[in-house]
Design a protein around this ligand. Structure first.
Ligand code: UD1
Ligand code: CA
Length: 458
């Protein structure tokens, strides 16, 4: 099979973003625009991915450092899309086919592009076009009486009649590498903008009797570029609608598909129910019958079967065992591991903490750097004092222990199996298995106490 090279044009300034960040690094679904395009190219099994960069090149390269095997070529001056592709020619194989994508057009599906690549493999010039009710600003596709594409005319060079055409150029095209090379070196810049237009290769293909095959994309979002933040927001919504639809196709109930945001990857088991305004980031895995209440954020987290997460929880870098109940208003921080059936209630924060099966931490508690056994009850207001101002220390709590409310566990400390800590205690030494620790100050009672009084005014 003829190898595919993908050339991604990303040298434009993106002035209308009004941003210090290069345009292609602005994110959709938590991922830079260029990241989406690179991923699409990988999906098409591109042998080579070449990015033509300009403005903010170093920042773009750094941000894409994780992408293996991307070739970078600078276009120092932005003299047009044809000039941009010309910069990539030295890196292109002599044979095979080339697909040109734009770094600021993130939502094109690989399935949409495959037929273009196939057409190029059959020696044709393939164009991705779209019908727009408002074609303002785009290059128009000019066909002859028999419907054959003859050329593309840019808006600024078009006659009034041509401006009336609704079929426009998305800019995405595929061609045999050798032919593209010949056409691109032959481009001139005698036009209204004094630019080297890549679109002029269409007329050159017609001249050379190379068939030009247009493919019309049905969903305009696939061809939509980002020029300003309004368009960025529009594409974010399109992307999120796609993600929500994928979740629903996978068997999840979304109480409002317009109010779920996925910035990463979410996998769901059967019969998951997700309420409104839930945000997923990174890699999140939800087991069967998981229920998530409104206003939760889950990042890089694994949730077991039958877990219920009530509203307003933030869960990050955690593993939650089957049947656990979380929230409302809980914060699970990285390296939290909850076994099956654990209860975490409101205003509880955990960090680097393992909690054994069936243990309950129901209210107003901080557990950091702790290991907690099975069937432990942690009373309201319990705090692990894990930090001495310089170092972090561990708290160990044995199976079946009971921690009374409002206790401070001053780490390093171990509460034994079945041990009891009386409410209000400050525990700085280990408590033996089965023992009781009570550090409450002894109670003093004074009968008929006379409160202080203000001096009488004379
Ligand atoms: C281009 C097409 C037009 C099409 C439109 C779709 C040409 C001449 N025109 O128009 O037919 O309807 O896209 O959006 O190709 N870029 C570079 N270097 C340059 C110029 C552009 O890398 O010197 C990159 C930009 O970063 C951008 C893409 O190419 O990603 C398109 O550039 P843009 O200026 O938006 O193209 P238009 O003139 O709008
Ligand atoms: Ca444009």
């Amino acid at each position: 099979m003829q190898q595919l090279s993908v050339v991604i044009l990303a040298a434009g300034k993106g002035k209308r973003m009004v941003s210090d960040l290069p345009k292609v690094l602005h994110a959709v679904g938590g991922k830079p625009l260029l990241g989406h395009v690179l991923a699409t190219a990988s999906c098409l099994e591109a042998a080579t991915r070449i990015v033509v960069y300009g403005h903010g090149g170093e920042a773009v390269k750094t941000a894409c450092a994780g992408e293996a095997g991307v070739l970078w070529v600078e276009q120092a001056e932005q003299l047009g899309t044809g000039h941009a592709v010309a910069q990539a020619l030295p890196l292109l194989a002599e044979t095979g086919v080339v697909l040109v994508l734009y770094g600021d057009v993130p939502l094109t599906r690989a399935e949409t592009l495959r037929p273009l690549v196939e057409a190029a493999r059959h020696g044709r010039l393939a164009l991705l076009t779209v019908e727009l009710t408002d074609p303002d600003g785009y290059g128009r596709i000019v066909r002859d009486e028999s419907g054959q594409v003859r050329r593309i005319v840019e808006e600024k060079d078009a006659t009034p009649a041509e401006r009336g055409l609704r079929e426009v150029n998305t800019g995405i095209l595929a061609a045999p590498a050798a032919k593209l090379r010949g056409w691109v070196v032959g481009l001139g810049n005698d036009n209204a903008q004094g630019e080297y237009y890549l679109t002029d290769i269409v007329a050159l293909a017609v001249r050379d009797d190379v068939p030009v095959e247009p493919f019309t994309v049905v969903d305009p979002a696939e061809a939509q570029g980002v020029n300003d933040r309004r368009q960025l927001a529009e594409l974010e919504r399109c992307y999120q609608r796609r993600r929500a639809e994928a979740l629903m196709c996978g068997g999840a109930t979304l109480l409002d598909p317009a109010r779920v945001d996925v910035r990463g990857t979410v996998t769901t088991g059967r019969d998951v129910v997700i309420d409104a305004n839930v945000v997923f980031e990174g890699t999140v895995c939800l087991g069967d019958r998981v229920r998530i209440g409104p206003f939760c954020l889950l990042r890089d987290t694994v949730i077991g079967d039958d877990v219920e997460i009530l509203s307003h929880c933030r869960i990050e870098g955690a593993e939650v065992g089957a049947g656990a109940q979380i929230g409302p208003f809980a914060r699970l921080r990285p390296e939290t591991q909850l076994a099956a059936g654990v209860h975490i209630g409101n205003f509880v924060e955990t960090k680097k903490t393992r909690i054994g099966p069936g243990s309950k931490v129901n209210h107003l508690t901080y557990l950091g750097d702790a290991e907690i056994g099975t069937r432990v009850n942690v009373g309201a207001g319990t705090i692990t004092c894990n930090y001495d101002g310089a170092n972090k220390h561990k708290t160990l709590i044995g199976d079946d222990a009971f921690i009374g409310s409002n206790s401070s566990l001053v780490a390093p400390v171990r509460i034994g199996q079945g041990a009891t800590v009386g409410a209000g205690s400050s525990v700085s030494r280990d408590v033996p298995d089965g023992g009781l620790c009570l550090t409450r100050a002894p109670r003093k009672d004074v009968l008929h106490w006379q409160r202080p009084v203000k001096p009488k005014k004379s």
